[in-house]
Structures are given as C-alpha cells and as structure tokens.
Ligand binder design. Structure first.
Ligand SMILES: Cc1cc2nc3c(=O)[nH]c(=O)nc-3n(C[C@H](O)[C@H](O)[C@H](O)COP(=O)(O)OP(=O)(O)OC[C@H]3O[C@@H](n4cnc5c(N)ncnc54)[C@H](O)[C@@H]3O)c2cc1C
Length: 425
C-alpha cells in the first residue's frame, strides 16, 4: 500500500525519460491520460546507440517528430554494409531494395540531442517531466503495481500513485531488479568497447550515412557510424574471452583490435580520437515477465539482445507505441490486469524472436549473409525486412525455414510468449 501518498496521482507514471518512455507517455497524454515521466538524469545526457533503422518511421510520424528529424543535422542513412574479416569490399544492403521513397531512409543520431528532441516533444504534448528524479522502487499492493517511490535531488522521497506504471528505465530495469525477473541469455555473452573520432573516412553520396560493420576474427565486429559534425562512433563487440584475453583494460584492448582490423584502421588513418573509451562487459539480458497487473516494461527495461542490427531504438519506439495502445484500452475499460495490458506482447516478441534468430546466425561461424543470399536469392528481400525492422506482425516462416537450413535454430527466448504476462505479480 502507498504509505504517504503525494497530493498528486496520475493515470500513468513512467520510470525513465529515454525514447521508449517518452514515446509511450506522448501517445497516452495525447489520448487524454495524465502522464508523469520521472528521469534520474538531467538532459541532454550521454547515451550509446546512435544508428536508427527505417521501420521507426511510422512511430516518428505518429509522434509528430518527422519534421524535426528532417530539419536536423543528423546524417541520413540509406544502407548497412558488412565487410568480411578479409577486408574485401562488400555490396551494401540498400533499404530502397524493399521500401519506396523516404521510408527507405533513416538517421544516425547523436543520442544526447535525439533523446532531448523526444523529451521536448513529450513536454509539448502536455506530459509532465521531472528530471533529476530517481525512482527507488515500484509500490505494489495485493492486486499489483499502484505507484512508485521517487526522490528528486536534494529532496525527501515521495510516493506517487498511478493506475499504470511503465518501466522504461533502460538497462537499470527497475521492476526486473525489484521482482528478481532479470536473467542472462545463455550463449549470447558479448562485451563491447566504444569511442568517437573526428575526421574519419566518409562515404560519398547516399553512402555517406551508411552503417559499416567490419567483421573481425572469432565472430567479433566493429560498428562504424558516421554522425554530424564530422564525428564517427566506433565500437567493437565480441565475446569477453576474446576481447579480454590479454588485458582487462579498455585502453589496451580497443587500440589492439583497431590496429588488427586493417580495413577499419585505414578509415581512421586521418582521424583524431574524441572522448573517453566506454564499455560494457555483458550486453544481453532478458526478463522472465514483462507485464503484470498495473505495470508494463518497454524498451531496454524489458530486455536487450545485441547491437548488431541496430534494433534497440526501433524496439524502444515500437514497444512504447504498442504498449501505449494497450494501456489506453485498459484505462478506458478500467481494467489494468496483466492480461489486458499485455495484449501487445505476443506480437512484439514474435518479431523480437525473428531478430534473435538472425543475431544467432550472425554469430555462427559457418553462416554468412553472402552464402545465404546466394543459396536463397528469393529470401534477400526478407533479409532486408529484418535489417529495416519490418518483423513485427509479419509472417517470416519461409525466411526462418531457409535460415534453419544453414544454421541451427536456437532455443526460443521464451518457450511461450504468453508466459511473459502470466505470472503472479
Ligand atoms: C554497445 C551498444 C550499442 C548500441 N547501438 C545501438 C544502435 O546503433 N542502434 C540502436 O537502435 N540501438 C543501439 N543500442 C541499444 C540502445 O542504446 C537502446 O536500445 C535504447 O537506448 C533503449 O532506449 P530506452 O528508452 O529503452 O532506454 P534508455 O535510452 O536507456 O532510457 C532509459 C532512461 O531511464 C533513466 N533511468 C534509469 N533508471 C532510472 C530510475 N531509477 N529512475 C528514473 N529514471 C531512470 C535513464 O537515465 C535513461 O534516461 C546499443 C546498445 C549498446 C549497449
């Protein structure tokens, strides 16, 4: 029970003001629900994850963000290219192969600026946003979540009542930690180290905004993401055993890997390093349950698999939007049960499972996109569908069957997606 309820109570309280949280809050506020976003940091704040994929377009449209993105200085992205360990050039996957017009493009975004844009848009829609306010825990009664306990910098903690609590706290996963729902993803243990450069190689024409993936031995890889102001984001992802085989220090490991990847180092020959080296020693995690009575997880709060296909922001936006639709229905029906709130879960997680299958294929040493496209030319379009994020609510059976002929299908992330909403809390 809420111990000392604050004077205010809300229809929806959102933990975390990143892209997932502000998407859900903006759409719900516009439908007449009173929303409060509690964000522990003060924006603009640094965040990793700069490369968007095209299927974010509709959510940007619904949020009203497209004019701002079109007017921004974010480089326009038309393609992704996978350079093999030999350094041999490879043909990019252009999104225009399967999509027409502006929808075949997206942006490479510096996150401090992009997340601020999303937050300002939420505020313009009427969402109340409190920065420098950390949620310590979610408050539950016998029925389910009924609010949060939060603390603004320099203030006493306060209990805030809500009909629905959205956990959009990213990797912090407040509800996942509190209810002990967070688990590793067996077999998907990758680490990452990244930094920024100024003055690195830039492609020309529509290739100027391309994401380039440089593959390295042992199924590791680098991302190379061109940003505004002549900056480029460069990061390495590989198993911790491979990355930290000689040293645990990012300062030893990152330059060693850049030097060994000749194709990448030639792109950085005239570049100057910017900013610190940052890293994470374990990227992937999941929650055993993502919806309960009175609560919903969206974006990274629900789980994160791997950055290889730049699906993180897409899933943050898509889950924020899908959850908002269900929360709206639930509030209108005055029924915030897990069953009602979680109606979007099977559709979303079937899409995530397709991405999961392709991630596992990427890390299988016997698999290559080139060989797959040669053997199954009729599946090239479906492969591009995955790369653009067109996997939610789409029948990908034929593609997955072809994939299974070249790489074994892994254990699904969840035996039954319904179990994600079916537990006691
Ligand atoms: C190495 C790496 C590379 C990546 N590259 C890409 C990429 O190229 N493209 C891509 O799309 N994705 C990428 N991602 C994933 C992407 O960063 C995330 O998927 C995305 O940021 C998720 O958005 P979100 O809104 O769910 O969470 P976040 O953006 O993390 O927002 C969560 C917010 O919650 C706040 N918060 C946390 N705890 C609390 C609390 N207790 N109280 C109040 N507020 C709190 C945080 O301050 C934060 O602002 C990458 C991830 C990693 C690890």
């Amino acid at each position: 029970m809420i111990a000392s309820p604050s004077k205010s109570s809300y229809d929806v309280v959102v933990i975390g003001g990143g892209p997932a949280g502000t998407t859900a809050a903006t759409l719900l506020q516009r439908q007449g629900h009173r929303c409060l976003v509690l964000e522990s940091s003060t924006f603009p704040r640094y965040h990793i994850g700069e490369s968007l994929i095209p299927h974010t377009h509709d959510t940007f449209d619904h949020l009203g963000l497209l004019p701002k993105l079109r007017a921004s200085h974010f480089p326009v992205k038309h393609s992704v290219r996978f350079i093999p360990p030999s350094g041999k050039d490879a043909t990019p996957f252009y999104f225009s192969e399967t999509i027409e017009g502006e929808r075949a493009t997206t942006w490479q975004v510096e996150r401090g600026e992009f997340d601020q844009l999303c937050q300002d848009n939420a505020r313009d829609a009427g969402v109340e946003i409190r920065s420098a306010t950390k949620v310590n825990n979610v408050i539950f009664d016998d029925e389910g979540a009924v609010g949060v306990r939060a603390q603004s910098d320099g203030q006493q903690s306060e209990d805030i009542a809500a009909r629905v609590v959205i956990d959009a706290s990213g990797r912090a996963t407040i509800i996942g930690q509190q209810l002990n729902l967070k688990t590793d993803v067996p077999g998907l243990d990758k680490a990452s180290i990244w930094t920024y450069y100024e003055g690195g190689h830039r492609g020309t024409g529509i290739d100027a905004g391309e994401t380039t993936v440089f593959m390295i031995p042992h199924r590791g890889w680098f991302w190379y993401i061109p940003l505004a102001n002549d900056m480029v984001s460069v990061g390495v992802v590989a198993s911790p055993e491979y990355l930290f085989r000689d040293s645990n220090r990012y300062e030893d490991v990152f330059p060693r890997e850049v030097e060994q990847c000749e194709a990448l180092s030639s792109w950085l020959a005239d570049a100057g390093p910017l900013g610190p080296l940052r890293g994470l020693r374990r990227l992937a995690y999941l929650n055993r349950q993502v919806v309960g009575n009175g609560w919903v997880m969206v974006g990274d709060a629900a789980g994160f698999l791997d950055p290889i296909y730049s699906s993180g922001l897409f899933l943050a936006l898509a889950s924020g939007e899908l959850a908002a639709q269900c929360i709206h229905d639930a509030l209108e029906a005055d029924d915030v049960s897990a069953e009602r709130l979680g109606k979007f879960v099977p559709l979303l997680w079937e899409g995530i499972e397709v991405i999961h299958r392709l991630i596992r294929a990427f890390y299988d040493p016997s698999f290559s996109f080139h060989k797959f496209a040669q053997r199954f030319p009729e599946q090239r379009a479906a492969l591009i569908d995955c790369l653009v994020g067109d996997v939610v609510g789409k029948d990908m059976t034929a593609f997955l069957n072809s994939l299974a002929e070249m790489t074994p299908a892994p254990q699904p992330l969840h035996a039954e997606t319904e179990s994600l909403t079916r537990r006691a809390v």
